[in-house]
Design a protein around this ligand. Structure first.
Ligand code: MTE
Length: 325
């Protein structure tokens, strides 16, 4: 690595369980009582206000709330909406968690989605045409970030299998690569040339057509907030959160395993498979437990983030692979 500057993505171990002082209810109450951190409380309220004031109405708003698919149940309480929408990773808008206000600058329409690479016929569709063609539903999913925080949220959206069927990949395609928008006029993080923009990551076709793989277009019964990856983002709950590409503009089908944004930066720490496993530590911190957003409580992490019964069979026969990093 030629870059000599401090590498921001190499978060120190103390930050692997970060920000509880900023976002947990108890600490926030303490902070407000103490006075000086009122700025932090303002930042939380400000993010909500930004969403209300600056954002144009979403043309899909009338589709929500979606009917919940009761097959997907949680073993824990839902994370409060305020925590899931104000504590985010979206490096395009900053390499910290409080990007919600900055993300309101992202224009959501017109928004097109391209399908290319190894497909019968490459095409580009308007996102509203795509969303209307998909079988929409709500699912309750767990989400586990590689940084050892977690949440449990209601995503609205559609099974990724429906999108793959729509894209019509060739039988020879082995992977699908998802790519985020690139527009440094609204996303100042993309001016940071040492990151390999655009953000991208991929799945095997078997993973992408697994019933749990979901393209999320909404959250908490409403269209997806910009900070969470509007107008569409990936949700693959058995994998670490960095696989969950936000604000997707392109699905490319290929027979070559893609090298993701994070893998390009730090291949020794972020690999292709990135399945959750409490027994395989990140090189700089343990993955044995996780902090639920909005709480100081740590809970034990589960193999495949609790979805082992559904997904473990995808990885049989891949013994030589680093499945958990
Ligand atoms: N997608 C893009 N384009 N840019 C990002 O920085 N961060 C990832 C993922 N998708 C990221 C992204 C990481 S590390 C996580 S944990 C999740 O988004 C966070 O999603 P959330 O903010 O909705 O909780």
């Amino acid at each position: 690595m030629l870059i000599k500057r401090k590498r921001e993505w190499e978060i120190p171990e103390r930050d692997a369980t970060p920000e509880s002082a900023f976002l947990s209810r108890r600490s926030l109450a303490k902070a407000i009582a103490a006075g000086p951190i009122l700025l932090a409380a303002g930042a939380v309220a400000g993010a909500g206000r930004a969403a209300a004031d600056d954002a144009a109405p979403d043309p899909t708003a009338g589709l929500y709330p979606l009917k919940r698919n009761e097959r997907y149940v949680l073993d824990r309480p839902l994370t409060g909406e305020v925590w899931a929408t104000t504590y985010n990773n979206f490096y395009e808008f900053g390499s910290h968690k409080q990007i919600a206000k900055a993300a309101q600058k992202l224009p959501l329409r017109p928004w097109t989605v391209a399908f290319d690479g190894m497909v019968e016929q490459p095409r580009t569709v308007d996102v509203d045409t795509l969303i209307k063609a998909m079988p929409l539903e709500e699912r309750l999913y767990r989400h586990r970030c590689v940084e050892a925080w977690a949440m449990a949220v209601p995503w609205g959206g559609f099974p990724m299998k429906a999108l793959i069927d729509y894209a019509k990949p060739l039988a020879s395609a082995k992977y699908v690569v998802m790519e985020t928008f690139k527009n440094d006029a609204v996303a100042p993080g993309q001016k940071q040339f040492w990151y390999p923009w655009p953000y991208l990551d991929g799945l095997t076709i078997e993973e992408a057509t697994h019933e749990l793989a979901f393209i999320a277009t909404g959250l908490y019964g409403k269209p997806m907030p910009r900070q969470n990856g509007a107008p569409l983002r990936l949700a693959v709950p058995w994998k670490y959160g960095f696989k969950h590409v936000k604000s997707i503009v392109r699905f490319t089908f290929t027979d070559k395993r893609p090298v993701s944004f994070w893998e390009k930066l730090q291949a020794g720490e972020y690999g292709f498979w990135a399945n959750v496993n409490p027994d395989v530590a990140h090189p700089r911190w343990s993955q044995a437990s996780e902090r639920m957003l909005g709480s100081d409580e740590r809970v034990p992490t589960k193999l495949y983030n609790g979805y082992a019964e559904q997904v473990a069979s995808l990885y049989e026969g891949l013994k030589g692979e680093k499945l958990f990093m």
